[in-house]
Design a protein around this ligand. Sequence first.
Ligand code: MN
Length: 273
Amino acid sequence: MNACFCCQPKNLGRRALMASAVAVVAMPAMGQTVPASGGPVDAAVIEDLVAGNRILYDQNVVDGFGHISVRHPKDPNRYLLSKSMAPALVTADDIIEYDLDSNPVNANGRTSYLERFIHGEIYKIRPDVMSVVHSHSAGVIPFADTAVPLRPMNHISSFLGDGVPVFEIRTAGGPATDMLIRNAALGKALAARLGTHSVMLMRGHGSVVAARSIKDAVFRAIYTEVNARMQAEAMRLGKPEFLNAEEAAAATKSNEALVGRPWELWKRRAMGK
Ligand code: MN
C-alpha cells in the first residue's frame, strides 16, 4: 500500500491501483466489492480516536451506546470508526476504515455499527468536518423531544450560538421506523438537516456533534450535555438569559485556542482507568 504511485503508468489512476491491490489482499466474497483503503493512518490519530471513545464514556456522554469517528487524515473519502462495541472498551485494534457510503474497507469479520451512516453522510456534505460524535446523552433529549430550543448558557457552550436544529426521523422515514439511522437515505436526510450547524438533536433519540477535530468534537459533545443540564435547571428557576449571537461568536473564537487544556485532563482520567 506504500507503493510510489507517481512511477505507475499514467493511464492507471491511484484509486484503480489501490482497488486492485486490496481486491487481491482482502479477497471479498463473490459479488462484494471492498473499497480501497485511504492508506496507513498515523498512530497518534488512532490514539486520539481511542482516547475520544474513553473520554466520552468517562464524561457521561456515551454509555454502552454512541460513537465517535474521524475522517481519514490522508484521504477525505474515508473515515475511521470503532467496530460495534461499547465505546469505553475500544482499543486501536477495533478501529475500522470506511468509505463515505459507510462500506467497511478492512472489517475482517468485525461487525459495524448500524448507525455508521450518520458519520459517512455528514462527511460527504461537510468538507470542514473532521470528526463526528453520536450519543444518547440524557440531558439533551428533553430538548429534542419538546419545542424548547437548546441555547448557549455560558461562554464554554458558545458553539451552540449558531442554532441547534432538531432532526425528525418521521419526515424522512415515516411514522414506523425503529428510530435508528440504519441506512444511507436516513443518514443523508440527517446530514441535510444538520446543514452548517455543529450540533443537532435527534427527536426521541439523542444528538450529533460535528467539528474540525477529534478534540473539538469531544469538547462540544461534553459541553452540549453540560449546557442542556444547566439550561433545564435555569428554566426551573425562571427565564434564562442566553449568550447573544455576538457574544457566542466571540467566545467560540477564544475557546478554539483552549480546547487542548481540558483534553489533557479528560484523557489522563479516562485512560488511567
Ligand atoms: Mn443512536
